[in-house]
Design a protein around this ligand. Structure first.
Ligand code: SF4
Length: 405
């Protein structure tokens, strides 16, 4: 009978990140156990295991039993030891995209890409200010909140209102995209009942849904409740802040009787703005003089990063694109088009091929869609592909770090 041999295996659930020549990070996608390796001998061994001729396994030499790093990796189920008569074959996950823009010359890769407008999967459409104008400083605070959370390209002076005919034209043009939801940013008073009915009809003809982002206060509560009751297919994201005169408890009790999907969101400018309510989502807005609030409530801790497993699929995605922004366009009321999270317009709706022009420009210039953590100030961090995708705030403030590590 053939004798069994001890094999060292790199299991398919282990993600290996070569951060640089002297830093290798191993992460178990099923348990989130992980280890950073800086020992040259162990790094060489992992690289050997990854070679295609080794098929993820190597005979375990007795010298290996003296390597403390190796023992640690085995105890964390980042490497495995098995006994088998024949060499185990491991199918290691490899990132190999057919349409990888980084593989070869960019203009050639773009030319063979096929339908680029099918990459468009979301749209933020700014029709007009979603709040009733107040004192200039309050307007600026709110514009800044909207830029951080929804539309980076929004300029302070965007006073134009987009007419309903233009909105309808945009809706029609989206037929060549993969959009399923159109996010509309507008004050609720601009959208008349007739306009809303037209938009709902048009949207359902093309098979997408509408989500309206607007501020709510005591003056427009009844109108919002009426829309909720009459247009159940419309989703509502309803914002308020410390300057809004708004009785959210009364609204919550009235709206709970209607089955429309609506969420209440409070912009938080300082710790003082937090409210203790299960019905309200808190949305902190970054301000240089309120960094501590972000450190206490928003920035990631090591425990946040490792408490949930990041799947191999998510890690592969995080290496190639920014899931917060990829495929999404922003259109302002002046017709300018931006990649979501981008600040420089890539086209205008007055151009016949504005959708194709926008996608092509973003794929070439990469303002946001493909900004990954190996391309920003996280590039040397071991968690660069485990952490959530780059946020709108990080795209806006380049030297910010979204963690307290
Ligand atoms: S430096 Fe970047 S990648 Fe590393 S933990 Fe912080 S946010 Fe995540």
């Amino acid at each position: 009978m053939n004798k069994k041999t001890k094999w060292l295996i790199l299991p398919p659930h282990t993600f290996v990140d070569h951060i640089n020549a002297s830093k290798l990070f191993l992460y178990n996608t099923e348990t989130s156990s992980n280890h950073l390796i800086t020992d040259d001998e162990t790094i060489s061994l992992i690289i050997e295991l990854q070679q295609s001729y080794n098929l993820g396994s190597k005979i375990y030499s007795e010298e290996g039993s003296c390597n403390v790093y190796l023992k640690e990796l085995i105890s964390r189920d980042l490497l495995q030891l098995v006994e088998a008569k024949e060499k185990p074959i491991v199918f290691l996950p490899i990132l190999n995209l057919q349409r990888d823009l980084e593989k070869g010359e960019l203009s050639y890769r773009l030319s063979i890409m096929g339908s680029k407008t099918k990459f468009i999967s979301g749209l933020f459409l700014y029709i007009d200010k979603p709040f009733v104008p107040d004192l200039a400083n309050i307007n600026n605070i709110r514009i800044n909140a909207i830029r951080q959370s929804l539309l980076y390209g929004l300029t302070d002076d965007c006073e134009l209102i987009m007419g309903i005919e233009k909105v309808k034209m945009i809706f029609k043009s989206l037929a060549i995209t993969s959009i399923s939801i159109v996010d509309i940013i507008s004050s609720i008073s601009i959208l008349t009942d007739a306009n809303l009915s037209q938009l709902v009809r048009l949207a359902s003809n093309y098979g997408y849904k509408i989500r309206i982002h607007t501020f709510i206060d005591n003056n427009n509560t009844d109108r919002v409740l009426k829309i909720m009751a009459q247009h159940k297919s419309i989703e509502l994201s309803l914002y308020f802040d410390r300057y809004s005169e708004f009785d959210y408890q009364q609204f919550s009790s009235k709206s709970s009787k209607i089955t429309t999907q609506a969420s209440l969101i409070k912009y938080v400018y300082s710790a003082f703005d937090f409210v203790d309510s299960d019905n309200i989502d808190m949305l902190p807005v970054y301000r240089a003089d309120e960094v501590q609030m972000f450190r206490d409530n928003v920035f990631l801790t090591k425990q946040d990063i490792l408490s949930n497993c990041t799947s191999m699929k998510e890690i592969m995605r995080n290496q190639k694109l920014n899931a917060t922004c990829f495929g999404i366009l922003d259109i302002l009321s002046n017709g300018n088009v931006y990649p979501h999270g981008g600040r420089v317009p890539v086209s205008n709706i007055s151009n016949k091929n504005y959708l194709l022009e926008s996608v092509t420009s973003e794929l070439v210039n990469n303002q946001s869609w493909r900004v990954t953590r190996d391309k920003n100030n996280c590039s040397n961090c071991q968690y660069r592909f485990i952490c959530p995708p780059v946020s709108l705030l990080e795209l806006q403030i380049e030297d910010i770090k979204a963690c307290i590590l």
